[in-house]
Design a protein around this ligand. Structure first.
Ligand code: NAP
Length: 271
């Protein structure tokens, strides 16, 4: 088990370390691994949060992702799919050592005395002896909010941004590939989620952007104003990003969570 440190400090290019597939030619000039506190994290992972669609197809998509070369799977206790992810990893036949697994401490288990049990439960559900990263700051509701950036109003998301579209066409790539490449090139590990096999393949087919395009993308938020495209109000019932409306979990409105009782403990299915 590894607790994720505050920041990624160094990048290295050593795909052999995790036996990652090497057949992705356009990806080779970008880091494929980030080295964080002595842990090698694949730069591109696969996100498994299925949102309102639920987890009935999550095994299929995780298996398809593994078959398409993904070796980093991002799950969370609160996604309600650790069990399915664990089963799929087992059924894939891939050695455990080749797969990097991230999961997250659910928001209702943040008390220090609960953490160990929560870890044990995640390991049990994942059917693993160890996780590579256990993120402890998942859903920090009831604490101080993390960002004072307004949720998206009417602006197109980055995938529909005309500047991104222009950069994408200059390389013959999609906006998603540009955005994921930008993130990896700046040193951020990404975990794109898709249920579409074609997109899965494209989302790993990343490439190095010219400096001018990196700078252009870096400056977009400054030019257009920073926006957050995650708006949890419909799910949670209040805006977790606004300090003046931040509330502890027990004060949240019932019905906004898809929650269930397990051994007396309330879990929430929310990113
Ligand atoms: N958002 C969060 O707050 C959060 C928090 C913690 C962790 N995560 C992790 O991050 C993962 C991704 O979350 P997210 O919020 O970034 O994504 P998301 O909004 O949950 O899902 C990505 C969306 O982009 C679409 N998409 C994927 N590849 C695409 C492509 N190449 N071109 C166009 N559209 C594409 C997907 O549609 P299809 O599936 O239909 O292709 C989906 O609608 C989660 O699954 C989870 O593992 C997210």
């Amino acid at each position: 088990m590894f607790i994720f440190p505050a920041s990624i400090t160094q990048t290295i290019h050593d795909p052999a370390k995790l036996n990652l597939p090497m057949n992705i030619s356009s990806f080779q000039s970008l880091p494929t691994i980030f080295e964080v506190g002595g842990v090698s994290i694949p730069a591109v992972g696969f996100g498994t949060f299925q949102g309102d669609n639920g987890n009935s197809k999550v095994k299929d998509v995780v298996l398809t992702a593994l078959r398409n070369g993904y070796r980093h799977i991002d799950t969370a206790a609160a996604y309600g799919n650790e069990k399915e992810v664990g089963e799929t990893i087992k059924e894939s036949g891939l050695p455990r050592s080749e797969i990097f697994v991230t999961t997250k401490l659910a928001q209702t288990w943040h008390d220090p005395e609960d953490v160990e049990e929560a870890l044990d439960r995640s390991l049990r559900d994942l059917q693993l002896d160890y996780e590579n990263i256990h993120l402890t700051g998942h859903q920090p509701l009831g604490g101080k909010p993390v960002a004072a950036v307004n949720p998206n109003a009417n602006r197109p998301g980055p995938l529909s941004d005309p500047n991104i579209a222009e950069i994408a066409s200059a390389y013959g790539k999609s906006p998603a590939q540009v955005l994921l490449s930008w993130a990896v090139q700046r040193g951020t590990s990404v975990v794109p989620k898709t249920v579409n096999a074609h997109r899965m393949i494209k989302n790993r087919d990343l490439f190095r952007l010219k400096d001018e395009h990196m700078e252009e993308i870096n400056s977009l938020a400054e030019k257009k104003g920073a926006l957050r495209f995650l708006d949890p109000r419909d799910h949670i019932g209040f805006d977790i990003f606004r300090e003046d409306v931040d509330e502890p979990v027990e004060g949240t409105k019932k019905g906004f969570f898809s929650s269930f009782e397990e051994e007396g403990r309330k879990h929430q299915h929310y990113f």
